[in-house]
Design a protein around this ligand. Structure first.
Ligand code: ZN
Length: 197
């Protein structure tokens, strides 16, 4: 469509999630018209994220050290672990200020259609975290959609011999949606009203 560099940029932007061809084109032309300093900052932050950000060795949240900010925080309780799909869900739950435990980020949800099974997620790592018995409650906060429910049911079955309290966020969350789209009040209430499974 366009020549060389412009088309390459549009193609790269178009590979990002949620960016269609029209948006890719709009962003590309925005960047073309932008200040060199603004573009420089964007490039620098992309490079920084590549170089510095990794995943927490305990919970697999994004981290800038071996362990994430939450796992390093001694004020967070060790006995409750909240299982989520993605790091963005940690952010959504943190916003509610309802939860003082730790997280476990699976890295997705079970989806037979997309060929994602338990082995593609941080399930083994969750099981080994639970082995020493210091965790007494598991809150499963996967998304309120088909894949999230399937993942919750799978995990509940898997951990049932361990005898810990397992709960799922209360209903009231938008069904079929993403946890991150729930507002703080709704998500906070869902947390408080979690039910044992
Ligand atoms: Zn962590």
């Amino acid at each position: 469509m366009y020549e060389g560099a412009v088309q390459d940029l549009i193609d790269e932007l178009g590979r990002l999630p949620g960016v269609g061809p029209k948006s890719a084109q709009r962003i590309a032309f925005h960047l073309l018209a932008a200040d060199a300093a603004d573009v420089g900052r964007l490039v620098a932050s992309l490079q920084r994220v590549q170089a510095e950000v990794r995943f927490c060795s305990i919970c697999f949240n994004v981290a800038e050290a071996d362990q994430c900010r939450i796992c390093r925080d001694p004020r967070r309780t060790l006995d409750v672990v909240c299982v989520v799909e993605e790091p963005k869900d940690v952010v959504a739950i943190e916003r509610t200020r309802e939860f003082r435990g730790r997280y476990h980020v699976l890295g997705g949800a079970i989806s037979p259609i997309e060929g994602i099974g338990p082995d593609d997620l941080k399930v083994k790592e969750l099981m080994s975290r639970l082995m020493d018995g210091s965790v007494t409650e598991l809150i499963i906060a996967t998304d309120p959609n088909l894949e999230g429910e399937a993942t919750a049911a799978y995990l509940a079955r898997l951990v049932s011999p361990m005898g810990l309290a397992v709960s799922r966020l209360a209903s009231g969350l938008p069904v079929g949606g993403d946890l991150e789209y729930a507002d703080e009040v709704t998500l906070g209430r869902a947390f408080e009203g979690r039910r044992r499974i």
